[in-house]
Design a protein around this ligand. Structure first.
Ligand SMILES: [Zn+2]
Length: 429
């Protein structure tokens, strides 16, 4: 039950993230605006006051409020995970072992693993099984402090299957956290279009994308434009069609090679361009001057056993609006914990803990077009926050691999997983 009025008290550090208008760049990426010994008032799911406990606890409005005492811990905005492949049916454990044996991501795909093998499983899975799988992941994410998640389709790779997955995602919105769906039909070429990727793009543009638009099943459209994925002309055709239909654009770019996808994303005014491990250094200033958010995904680099992360420092120095996400997916980043993304950003990409937190909250929210209502803890914003078992926010990047979240609150509601959600549910039908 959401109490009508809630007083959050006892925060040793409350990270408001109040500051310059998003997206935050350069020095703005360090703006945490921390209040020590803080309190916060929440009414009907919205923050109505935040400040030092000495002031907030004396407000007349808190006299009959329910109390949430966080006992000297850190309170910060809930994480916004702006890049996930949440709905995938089943894990890819065969691929995992092939990779350990030394096969590359591209070799695994050629051997029948990879995205195409997920597509086979997802097409066969029942809607209930898909829902159960994604629902379990949402609770896992919520338990780690994530309050909003972007979720891509792209594991069915045909019209009916993609629409079905987007419908499942739509049904999960708010169950228990906010889900923003993205259509990623151009994730890989399905078996029936083998060797005919242009024809597959034609099919997506002429049949599937208009159907997604008509049913309002996605806010964004995404494409995987890389070596051994879709070509630059194919991506342009697909993204221009998406833009004409009113979708916001997101692009998987420069994970294995920069074939021009980053420049294309900027040119088309994409909300976000994601990965960037192999970004052409000449394009960094172009991205830095743009309004396209540079979303970095260090989990996939770690899981693939790579060492070349996105050049976060060069991007920040060029003025890029950097965001962080998990890239949660069964093939290259089975990591749902945004705290781990923060830790990797600090240790592998030399982002400071403050920069990583801004990237994982307010900038990620901006890339999804929702920074006006979430990503910071200020009056008028949704009460989306996490309580961390820490006395100092820098512990998030420091205790890597841990989950420090002890409470996650979405729209003023404390999230507590129902018993049955915590058990298996691994069946995919
Ligand atoms: Zn991805």
């Amino acid at each position: 039950m959401m109490p009508k009025r809630l007083l959050v008290r006892g925060a040793r550090q409350l990270l408001t993230l109040r500051g310059s208008a998003p997206p935050r760049r350069g020095a703005g990426l360090k703006e945490l605006s921390i209040i020590e010994n803080a309190a916060m008032v929440v009414e009907d799911g919205q923050i109505t006051a935040v400040g030092p406990a000495s002031r907030i606890e004396n407000l007349a409005t808190v006299r009959h409020a329910e109390e949430l005492n966080v006992r000297g811990r850190v309170v910060m905005p809930g994480f916004v995970d702006s890049h996930t492949h949440l709905l995938y049916g089943a894990p890819r454990l065969e691929d995992f072992e092939m990779r350990i044996a030394g096969r590359s991501y591209e070799e695994i795909a050629a051997a029948g693993g990879g995205i195409a093998s997920s597509a086979k499983k997802v097409r066969r899975a029942s809607q209930a099984a898909l829902r159960a799988q994604a629902q379990r992941e949402l609770w896992r994410m919520a338990a780690c402090g994530t309050t909003t998640v972007e979720a891509k389709s792209g594991y069915a790779l045909d019209g009916p299957g993609e629409l079905r997955c987007l419908r499942v995602l739509d049904g999960l919105d708010g169950q228990p956290i906010e889900v923003l769906p993205t259509f990623l039909g151009a994730h890989a070429v399905p078996e029936e279009f083998h060797g005919r990727s242009d024809a597959y793009i034609d099919y997506l543009v002429s049949e599937v994308m208009p159907a997604v638009a008509a049913r309002k099943l996605a806010r964004f459209v995404d494409v995987y434009c890389d070596r051994n994925a879709f070509s630059l002309p194919q991506a342009r055709r697909y993204l221009e069609a998406a833009r004409r239909l009113g979708f916001g654009l997101r692009v998987h770019a420069a994970q294995f090679a920069d074939i021009g996808a980053v420049a294309l994303a900027v040119e088309l005014g994409a909300h976000s361009v994601d990965h960037l491990e192999r970004i052409d250094p000449a394009v960094i200033p172009v991205l830095g001057r743009s309004s396209t958010v540079a979303t970095l995904l260090p989990g996939s680099v770690l899981f693939l056993g790579g060492s070349q992360h996105a050049p976060a420092r060069a991007l920040i120095e060029a003025g890029a609006a950097v965001a962080l996400a998990t890239d949660y997916n069964p093939g290259t980043s089975p990591m749902w914990n945004m705290q781990m993304a923060v830790a990797l950003a600090c240790t592998q990409m030399r982002m400071t803990p403050a920069e990583a937190i801004v990237a994982a909250t307010v900038n990620a929210a901006y890339s999804l077009g929702i920074a006006d209502r979430t990503g910071t803890l200020e009056s008028g914003k949704q009460a989306d926050f996490v309580v961390l078992d820490a006395g100092d926010y820098r512990e998030i990047g420091y205790y890597f691999g841990a989950n420090l979240a002890v409470m996650t609150v979405k729209n003023g509601r404390l999230l507590e997983p129902p018993e049955e959600e915590s058990t298996d549910g691994k069946e995919t039908g």
